[in-house]
Design a protein around this ligand. Structure first.
Ligand SMILES: Nc1ncnc2c1ncn2[C@@H]1O[C@H](COP(=O)(O)OP(=O)(O)OP(=O)(O)O)[C@@H](O)[C@H]1O
Ligand SMILES: [Mg+2]
Length: 317
């Protein structure tokens, strides 16, 4: 018999590449397209107006990075950084850790293809950042994990980060729009300064509701299981499995999709003809290393379980 592993892996790769649309993504897309066309017209007409920012906020596993990645790769006509190309519309990077004004500036220079060759002061680095953003005609700068910029900062440092971000948007010679994605701590940064807050369009990826979203979750699992040709059965327990899945995913949409795909992978490997709660349970224990009593697909009172905890053992609350 031939090993089914590579074939299953290929099917999983195709499933993981699928993007499930959701209302916040539509809002993100609409807002970005509006800001982008405004900026393009201003550049065409040679007008300088302040740029704006979009903030996408959500917990770990909500789907922030996936949504921005999709936005940047699917927006038609958007030029992303490429070897040998002078001009790019968007530069996207992850905020380095630890995040200081200096380290963020340095990472932006790297993303612009202009890494620093020698040590410079923070002011000099940001002077270079502004110069290269203009030279490469960058319209938007995306910072992922942007909440890290607000962490461990003294009030003075926090204000200088904010002033630097504002100065990018308010530049008289080349204003640059911002896309900030990050965990809920990003709200502290945005709310710290009213002048920053009023320039930002905030979007939040909501947590799933254990009751209200059962129908939607059933539809999502149904879609993925139909894609691999394994029906989701039995119908009578589907609502209970969906509720357990919402809890297991800590009510985060992205994690829920990840766990659905993991469940299907278990079903395919076990040669099952339908997707059942045992497959989700096996996938969860593989992912968390927990004992059965702390597995939300097995335990009776699963709502009490802290699903983010790895290697959970009984009696360790
Ligand atoms: N709309 C979507 N359609 C399909 N899969 C998704 C979607 N959104 C997220 N996912 C999946 O959910 C998982 C988590 O998503 P992602 O990495 O974007 O989350 P995040 O909010 O950036 O989390 P973190 O804060 O930990 O970086 C990934 O496996 C991703 O493929
Ligand atoms: Mg992310």
């Amino acid at each position: 018999m031939t090993d089914p592993g590579p074939e299953i892996a290929q099917r999983m790769l195709a499933l993981r590449a699928h993007f499930a649309h959701h209302p916040v993504y539509e809002q993100l897309e609409g807002q970005f397209e509006r800001l982008l066309s405004n900026r393009r017209v201003e550049v065409d007409k040679g007008e300088v107006r302040e740029a704006r920012a979009i903030a996408l906020i959500g917990a770990s596993g909500s789907g922030k990075s996936t949504a921005i990645d999709r936005l940047l790769t699917k927006t038609s006509g958007l030029i992303l950084p490429q070897e040998g190309q002078d001009h790019c519309d968007v530069v996207s990077l992850m905020v380095p850790s630890p995040a200081t004004l200096k380290s963020v500036g340095r990472s932006i220079l790297e993303a612009l293809g202009r890494p620093l060759r020698r040590e410079r002061t923070t002011d000099a680095i940001w002077e270079l950042v502004r110069g290269f953003l203009k030279e490469r005609k960058v319209l938007f700068l995306h910072l992922d994990e942007a909440q890290d910029i607000a962490r461990h900062q003294t009030p003075k440092e926090m204000q200088s980060v904010i002033n630097t971000l504002k100065s990018l948007m308010q530049s008289r010679s080349w204003p640059v729009g911002l896309i900030l994605s990050g965990m809920p701590g990003l709200k502290d940064l945005l709310n710290y300064d009213p002048q920053l807050a009023r320039r930002v369009f905030p979007l939040e990826l909501p947590r799933l509701s254990p009751l209200g979203d059962i129908g939607e979750v059933r539809a999502v699992v149904g879609f993925y299981s139909a894609e691999v040709g394994i029906p989701w059965e039995p119908e009578a327990t589907a609502a209970d499995v969906a509720a357990r899945l919402i809890h297991a995913a800590d009510r985060e949409f992205g994690l829920l999709i990840e766990m659905t795909i993991d469940g299907l992978e278990e079903a395919l490997h076990s040669g099952a003809s339908s997707l059942s709660v045992e497959h989700f349970a096996a996938a969860f224990s593989r992912r968390s290393g927990c004992i059965a009593g702390l597995n939300p697909f097995i335990a009776d009172e699963y709502e009490r379980i802290d699903v983010r905890k790895l290697l959970g053992r009984e009696g360790e609350e």
